[in-house]
Design a protein around this ligand. Structure first.
Ligand code: TZP
Ligand code: MG
Length: 204
C-alpha cells in the first residue's frame, strides 16, 4: 500500500492526555500529520480497541491512516489501517498473512544487522531510530545521529521514517538524510498547540 510518511505521529497515553487523545490527533492532522500510530504499552486489548475505533471515526475522510503499535489482535478487531511492530514483536510474514494485502505493515529497525536480516516483501515501511536519545522511550537503543540515520537509510530496501528526539527544527535534516519524514511523540503530543506544533514541521 502507498503511504504518505511526510509526518508520522505516534501517540502516548500520558503526553496526549493534555488535550485528550482524539482531540490531539485531530488537531495534529489539521496541522499536517499524514500518518497516526496508536501506541500504548499498558492499555488492555479492549481499551486499545475502543480508542482505535474512536480514532478511526475521527480520521474518517481525512485520508490519514491509523496504525496500531504491537497488537495484531487490536489492529484486526478495530478496523485500523495497519500495524507497526518492533524487532521482538513477532514475525512480519505472519503479521502480513493475518492482516491481508491491503493493510499497512511497518517495522522498527535500530541497526545495520537488523536491516540486512529483514525480508522487505511483507513490509511497507521502516521506522529507523532513535536519532537522538529521548525520555519518551525508556529502553531505547543507541542513538544514530543524522550520519547514522543516513547510513541506515542508504541501505534500506523500503521507505523509512526517522524517530527519536526529533523536533520541527530537525525536519529538513531528516529529509536530507533520505528518510521520508520524521516520526514524533513529544514534539506534538506534549505541546500546548498540537496543530501549530505539527505545522512547524513543514516550515523549512
Ligand atoms: N521509538 C524509538 S524512539 C521512540 C520510539 C517510540 C520515542 C519517540 O518519542 P519522542 O518524544 O518523539 O522522542
Ligand atoms: Mg513493539
Amino acid at each position: 500500500m502507498r503511504i504518505d510518511l511526510s509526518l508520522y505521529l505516534v501517540t502516548d497515553p500520558t503526553l496526549c492526555a493534555r488535550h485528550g487523545l482524539v482531540e490531539t490527533v485531530v488537531a495534529a492532522v489539521r496541522g499536517g500529520v499524514t500518518v497516526v500510530q496508536l501506541r500504548d504499552k499498558h492499555a488492555s486489548d479492549a481499551e486499545l480497541t475502543d480508542q482505535a475505533r474512536r480514532l478511526k471515526a475521527a480520521l474518517a475522510g481525512s485520508g490519514v491512516p491509523l496504525i496500531i503499535n504491537d497488537r495484531l489482535d487490536v489492529a484486526l478487531a478495530s478496523g485500523a489501517d495497519g500495524l507497526h511492530i518492533g524487532q521482538d514483536d513477532g514475525d512480519v510474514a505472519r503479521a502480513r498473512a493475518a492482516l491481508g494485502p491491503a493493510a499497512i505493515l511497518g517495522l522498527s529497525v535500530q541497526r545495520h544487522d537488523q536491516l540486512a536480516a529483514l525480508d522487505p516483501q511483507p513490509l511497507d515501511y521502516l521506522g529507523l531510530g532513535p536519532v537522538f536519545a529521548t525520555a519518551t522511550k525508556h529502553d531505547h537503543a543507541a542513538p544514530l545521529g543524522f550520519d547514522g540515520l543516513a547510513a541506515l537509510v542508504a541501505k534500506s530496501p523500503l521507505p523509512a521514517v526517522a524517530i527519536g528526539g526529533l523536533k520541527a527544527e530537525h525536519a529538513a535534516r531528516v529529509r536530507a538524510a533520505g528518510a521520508q519524514g520524521p516520526a514524533v511523540i513529544s514534539a506534538i503530543c506534549g505541546q500546548a498547540d498540537p496543530e501549530a506544533a505539527a505545522r512547524a514541521f513543514f516550515t523549512d
